[in-house]
Design a binder for this molecule. Structure first.
Ligand SMILES: *Cc1c(COP(=O)(O)O)cnc(C)c1O
Length: 229
């Protein structure tokens, strides 16, 4: 008799699937690998930030950049993470959950955090930085843009300046690991800016809509879910 286990148990986190592609051929020189190994590892996970689903505090980083025009910022590659570990560790030691990066040319436009995309809400309008090679075009970002538009919001993919950010009503982050995480404060040049969080926010509404589709609690009209049997 077969006993089936659900990993993790229903309602206790998720099974995170991470595809990995590494060069594994016999080569020492600087050149594309002659052979690659593709793996997928599966691990049960809880929430990504230690804050859980609670709102997070972010620090705007002005000196260190995670990506630059012509670089690899738009691809999920290890080369985008090593350069930001120091900024991230410094921010964490000061109590921030993560760092928010600015564009490396003007240091004026917001890009994203170390592992998630960013949205700002002002009035009935939603904006997220346009992806043009320096921002990871996340699938959660894409899904949230669609769900927000479906529920009547105007969503713009455009340049989001630091002024747009600090004057926003609401700010939130998106990613497979972080889900939809509300941002309660952003610190920029020593000043802390506060944003709306809690039940009556767009991020909460979109979080509920997305996770209900993911967990099969709401009808999936978009064909985003796949049954595994
Ligand atoms: C993974 C990641 C995201 C989110 O992408 P998803 O496809 O939604 O998981 C955003 N930004 C960065 C830098 C990332 O590494």
């Amino acid at each position: 008799r077969v006993r089936w286990f659900q990993v993790p148990p229903q309602g206790k986190g998720a099974l995170y699937l991470r595809p990995l592609l590494i060069g594994s051929g016999a080569i020492l020189g600087l050149a594309p690998a002659p052979e690659y190994t593709f793996m997928i590892y599966a691990a049960p996970v809880g929430t990504y930030f230690k804050e859980g689903m609670a709102a997070i505090n972010l620090l705007v980083e002005e000196e260190i950049h995670r990506a630059m025009p012509g670089g690899t910022g738009g691809v999920k590659t290890i080369s985008n993470y090593a350069p930001v570990l120091k900024a991230q560790m410094d921010a964490r030691s000061k109590g921030f959950a993560d760092v928010l990066y600015l564009d490396s040319v003007h240091k004026r436009y917001v890009e994203e955090a170390s592992s998630c995309n960013l949205f700002v809400v002002k009035g009935g309008a939603v904006a997220t930085p346009a992806t043009a090679g320096t921002i990871l075009p996340g699938v959660t970002r894409r899904s949230i843009i669609e769900l927000a538009r479906d529920s009547g919001y105007q969503v713009e993919e455009r340049l989001v300046s630091i002024d747009d950010l600090i004057s926003a009503d609401e700010v939130f982050c998106t990613g497979t690991a972080v889900g939809v995480t509300p941002v309660s404060t952003i610190t920029y040049q020593g000043t802390r800016y506060e944003f709306r969080t809690g039940e009556d926010t767009l991020s909460k509404k979109l979080y509920t809509t997305l996770t209900s589709i993911q967990m099969g609690l709401a009808e999936d009209k978009k064909g985003w879910t796949v049954a595994v049997d």
